[in-house]
Design a protein. Structure first.
Length: 292
């Protein structure tokens, strides 16, 4: 009886083993497909993120922001170990806030993956964002040091500049409330952190032609120091030999400074202005004779 039962069982196994193998293959393939689809869902679909009740506000702001074409998982990533650790913590703590890095720390490390061109090229070619190149690529300052991160809004934190540049206060004459970025450009549209037209956008009446029009504004006006240049600064920094030219030395001995005759931003003393200036002290003389 035992031998007959064993032979029958072996015959049965031999008869159905093809079906069993086929069933295992089908289960394996279906499992692999389901697993792959679940993996893609967790790694590439932002809808997976909103399944967590904590993410609703962040998801809404992400849809409104500039990064809406970048899936959440591009910046927010977790290892297998971290995922399980977070799952266990959620099961244990429930709805209490959870300590995690994929939301607050890791996204900042992903910035360079997309913005490396903006960060590095300015330091090499000067034709892109020199401001970013200098701070991130050269000085290796982290993105989160200068940018705010409130719910996917990465606006620059204009108060962060003073953290490093403590001696760079904004200049006066009504400009104390200006932030650093009002004057310093981080755009790829200019290779300079202080574009020349940045000043003239507000100071529109400044002549664009004439003597010294080729100079940059901050060569005379020191935004973080003395904003209004003095005659002593003119003679000390650029016009060191003017005292020996024509009647300059004589007038300087009499106590007249440069800007008594040379009016800022026009500078040249023409015949019309000379009649009003020179006649205050002596009879009018042609200004052309002044330099002889």
């Amino acid at each position: 009886m035992k031998r007959k039962f064993s032979e029958s069982f072996e015959a049965l196994i031999e008869h159905v083993k093809g079906f069993i193998l086929a069933a295992f293959v089908i289960i394996f393939v279906l499992g692999a497909l389901v697993g792959y689809r679940y993996y893609k869902y967790t790694q590439d679909d932002p809808q997976f993120c909103i399944s967590c009740h904590l993410m609703k506000n962040a998801y809404t702001e992400w849809e409104k922001g500039k990064h809406r074409d970048v899936v959440c998982q591009k910046c927010h990533q977790l290892s297998i170990f971290e995922k399980n650790q977070l799952l266990v913590a959620y099961v244990v703590k429930g709805h209490e806030p959870l300590s995690q890095t994929h939301g607050r720390e890791k996204p900042w490390k992903a910035c360079r993956k997309c913005h490396m061109d903006d960060i590095s090229q300015g330091s090499v070619t000067m034709n892109k964002s020199y401001g970013h190149a200098r701070h991130v690529f050269m000085q290796r300052i982290e993105c989160k040091t200068c940018h705010k991160s409130a719910l996917h809004y990465f606006r620059p934190n204009e108060s962060a500049c003073q953290g490093c540049h403590k001696d760079k206060g904004v200049h006066g004459i009504g400009m104390e409330a200006f932030s650093c970025l009002k004057c310093h450009s981080f755009s790829e549209k200019t290779p300079s952190m202080i574009p020349k037209d940045r000043c003239t956008k507000c100071h529109a009446r400044i002549p664009r032609t004439g003597p010294m029009s080729s100079l940059l504004c901050h060569q005379c006006h020191k935004p973080h120091g003395k904003i209004s240049p003095t005659s002593a600064a003119c003679a000390r920094e650029c016009h060191k030999n003017e005292a020996t030219v024509g009647q300059h030395g004589f007038h300087m001995q009499k106590g007249l400074d440069c800007m008594y005759c040379h009016k800022p931003h026009t500078w040249a003393v023409g015949q019309d202005s000379a009649r009003g200036i020179c006649s205050k002290c002596h009879t009018y003389k042609d200004p052309k004779l002044f330099i002889y």
